[in-house]
Design a protein around this ligand. Sequence first.
Ligand SMILES: *[C@@H]1O[C@H](CO)[C@@H](O)[C@H](O)[C@H]1NC(C)=O
Ligand SMILES: *[C@@H]1O[C@H](CO)[C@@H](O)[C@H](O)[C@H]1NC(C)=O
Ligand SMILES: *[C@@H]1O[C@H](CO)[C@@H](O)[C@H](O)[C@H]1NC(C)=O
Ligand SMILES: *[C@@H]1O[C@H](CO)[C@@H](O)[C@H](O)[C@H]1NC(C)=O
Length: 274
Amino acid sequence: MHHTLLFTVISVLFWSSRVSGCEGDCIVDITRAFLGNYSTPVGGVLNDLATQISTSMLPVAARPQNPLTLLDPIIIAYNNVSYDSLETAIFPSFFHGKCERFSKDGKDPEGCPKPNCSVVCGTPGSMVHFYPILRYLAFANTRSVFVSLMKPGSDTFTQVQNLIDDAQRCSATTRMCKRRRRSIKFAAAMNANDDVSHHRWASRSPMDLGFSPATHGMGLSPRSSSTASDLGKILGQFGPMLEKACGGHANNDTNALQGCSWEMAMKAYILSFP
Ligand SMILES: *[C@@H]1O[C@H](CO)[C@@H](O)[C@H](O)[C@H]1NC(C)=O
Ligand SMILES: *[C@@H]1O[C@H](CO)[C@@H](O)[C@H](O)[C@H]1NC(C)=O
Ligand SMILES: *[C@@H]1O[C@H](CO)[C@@H](O)[C@H](O)[C@H]1NC(C)=O
Ligand SMILES: *[C@@H]1O[C@H](CO)[C@@H](O)[C@H](O)[C@H]1NC(C)=O
């Protein structure tokens, strides 16, 4: 009796996971593959923005050795939310459900679930067939997560603004720098265990601000409102810069986003899942 029930439960689980396509490892690994691939164009844009911030907003003595550290609050927050956000955008927001629902006889339509399934459902073949949409989803999600983290007035924007204000003061007041560095290192340590989406460009010793020692007074720091407006202008370039880094044409067209397509490798990878 018990055995029969258990067998039934197992068969149902096995059968439903077989027919419903991309689940479990397939979802996790494909989401991670896009996050990993995006670390290159995203890293390039972040480095560019950080360099602009450092050179246009900080006196020479206050510039960190690695400008990217100025964006650490944004990078940490991105690493925290990017996986869930992208997974949801792909599965189930677009790719979900069984393909059989598209046929009258209850069987999978031709090419479904693999290798090339012309109805939108949650299978590898569907992701291959609608690859231009998948590619655009990954782009649009990456862009929107960063745009919201860089939005003037957001927590992460304000944290970056504070780092810049402090760096400006640092060049005049070494003691204050040390205090700020300690509290930021603590915040970094709190995040050190989170390796879900620990990207190459964020994995360098994250919070070593590396300010040059103060050699001469730089005067008073400018008022925060001007920091906010200058910072807003620089970070506001993120969307257009990412689109450019991705080869332009941010849409669902067949030949869109060629710099962030990875089409051959990604299709082969998608089809490697059962
Ligand atoms: C993109 O991801 C796929 C699947 O993981 C991988 O095969 C490919 O090498 C990656 N390409 C780049 C440029 O990172
Ligand atoms: C990480 O994200 C969760 C929500 O997904 C949020 O509650 C938490 O505060 C975030 N942690 C950091 C360090 O940003
Ligand atoms: C999938 O099939 C369509 C025709 O339905 C074809 O145009 C397309 O090239 C195929 N894609 C792949 C990756 O085989
Ligand atoms: C891309 O295609 C999806 C699904 O058809 C649609 O919802 C979305 O609006 C399209 N976006 C663009 C920019 O073409």
